[in-house]
Design a protein around this ligand. Structure first.
Ligand code: HEM
Length: 142
């Protein structure tokens, strides 16, 4: 059962990370398109479907299976530091998730003021956080 929950956890993580890395990319091209244009309206639909249909359900599933792993089997040694670094990074990632949601709303209401350069610069944030998390949970360095 533990291995099944871990597999479902990692599958949810993959979907969450794929969406978190794709959405800022959509924002890059959306910021380059004219407000009210067909292109801008199409991006709104793509962003909304990605955020509501994939990223948010995947985040919820990642949390459910992750907490199940953490508290359901008595496996995790909470005296070790890796789990706390991972917990902090996961909370940060969930914060980035909400932040992207705010940007999605700004685009939806045609009140985005940020440039495509800004969205290019934030594109790697979820990936950098994911690298730290995966090293912590697999290597368990401390
Ligand atoms: C959302 C809250 C999360 C919680 C509560 C959580 C908790 C856990 C726990 C308790 C384990 C089992 C560790 C073990 O077997 O020693 C685990 C495994 C794992 N987690 Fe998470 N996790 C969360 C989010 C994430 C995220 C965001 C990522 C990647 C970006 C991630 C990547 C992994 C991986 C790759 C494994 C498998 C490690 C292995 O095979 O040993 N987790 N998680």
């Amino acid at each position: 059962m533990y291995e099944w929950v871990k597999a479902l956890h990692v599958i949810s993580v993959i979907a969450w990370m794929a969406g978190m890395m794709y959405l800022p990319r959509l924002f890059v091209y959306h910021a380059e398109s004219a407000v009210g244009s067909d292109k801008s309206e199409t991006f709104k639909v793509m962003e909304r479907r990605l955020y509501r249909g994939i990223i948010t359900p995947a985040m919820i599933a990642t949390w459910i299976f992750g907490l199940w792993l953490a508290f359901g089997f008595g496996i995790v040694d909470f005296s070790m530091g890796w789990m706390w670094v991972k917990a902090a990074m996961v909370i940060a990632l969930s914060g980035v998730h909400g932040w992207l949601g705010g940007m999605l709303r700004a685009f939806r209401e045609d009140r985005n003021t940020r440039s495509h350069k800004f969205y290019r610069s934030i594109n790697e944030i979820p990936f950098v956080i994911a690298i730290i998390i995966v090293i912590m949970v697999i290597v368990k360095p401390f």
